[in-house]
Design a protein around this ligand. Structure first.
Ligand code: NAD
Length: 267
């Protein structure tokens, strides 16, 4: 038995799009640990990707914004053999109908759609899959390292992630009524994935974040995935209702010497 103790455990992964996805890296760690993976992806393109990289793992298509599609998925997977031990929610979507605007001009329809896909889907997935879960299982979502650093280009995704962080606590509490299922999140700082590439003007904050880590090296997606796999595993049995920050120390480095010096010198 490996350190994580995930051999033969059934884990359902939402949100894999390509090799850069956080979900892809989580799947790699889980596979190495001997878990049995099931995937739910957005479309046919991702099905082909999963079939190529994880041959033999069942893969389903589900738009999490569509309640019927999610219900069908829960029935299909729930009818399969054995309980689901773990669920990974690694999904985000932001819509900018009129292009990127200052925060106070956020459109209601964009905000609600983003909240639906990036936050409510987590609550709904947890609820629909609860009857099919191992009572000692674990659910993990991917959040961000801070929802209070008001980066203009992250816009309304930060309040949506704040709602996601809060939902972690409420789900953990409501599951505790009749199960020992734990619910946690990984609060990741800036990564290089296709969803981050879609954030307007992402590259400069990404390069800044690299300098602002304590180690002066960018956070790697594998590092986020390792924490997600740990939280899913029985090794994290004492951790519940938390967002574990994975930011290579950036959050304490507001007064980084080199950055302060460059700012004061006007460089
Ligand atoms: P990604 O684009 O690879 O993953 C996002 C996934 O969401 C994709 O697989 C996409 O298909 C899926 N998705 C979007 N709308 C959907 C829908 N309606 N139904 C089903 N699936 C849908 O990007 P990623 O960076 O791997 O994002 C995964 C998670 O990590 C997100 O929650 C994101 O906010 C979070 N995160 C990313 C970073 C970063 O810098 N990239 C930092 C912190 C947190």
């Amino acid at each position: 038995m490996g350190f994580l103790g995930l051999e033969g455990k059934k884990i359902l992964i939402f949100g894999m799009a390509n090799r850069k996805s956080v979900a892809f890296h989580i799947a790699e760690v889980l596979k190495e640990s001997g878990a049995d993976l099931i995937f739910s992806v957005l479309g046919q393109e991702q099905v082909s990707f999963v079939n190529k990289i994880f041959p033999g793992s069942p893969v389903h298509i589900c738009d999490v914004g569509n309640e019927d599609s999610l219900r069908d998925l829960a029935c299909k997977i729930g009818d399969g053999q054995g309980k689901i031990y773990g669920i990974v929610h690694s999904i985000a979507f932001a819509s900018y109908t009129d292009g990127f605007k200052p925060f106070h001009q956020t459109r209601k329809d964009d905000f609600l759609k983003t909240m639906d896909i990036s936050c409510f889907s987590f609550i709904q997935i947890a609820g629909l899959f609860k009857p099919h879960m191992d009572p000692d299982g674990s659910i993990v979502t991917i959040s961000i390292s801070t929802t209070r650093m008001a980066a203009e280009n992250y816009g309304y995704m930060a309040p949506v992630k704040a709602a996601l962080d809060s939902s972690i606590c409420f789900l953990a509490k409501s599951f505790s009524e009749d199960t020992r299922v734990r619910v946690n999140g990984v609060g990741a700082s800036l990564l290089k994935t296709s969803s981050s590439a879609g954030i307007p003007g992402y590259i400069e904050p990404y390069l800044f974040a690299e300098k602002a880590t304590l180690r002066k090296a960018a956070l790697k997606t594998e590092e986020v995935a390792n924490v997600a796999a740990f939280l899913l595993s029985p090794r994290a049995s004492g951790i519940n209702a938390q967002t574990v920050i994975v930011d290579a120390g950036m959050s304490v480095n507001y007064f980084d010497k080199a950055i302060v010096k460059a700012a004061v010198a006007g460089k």
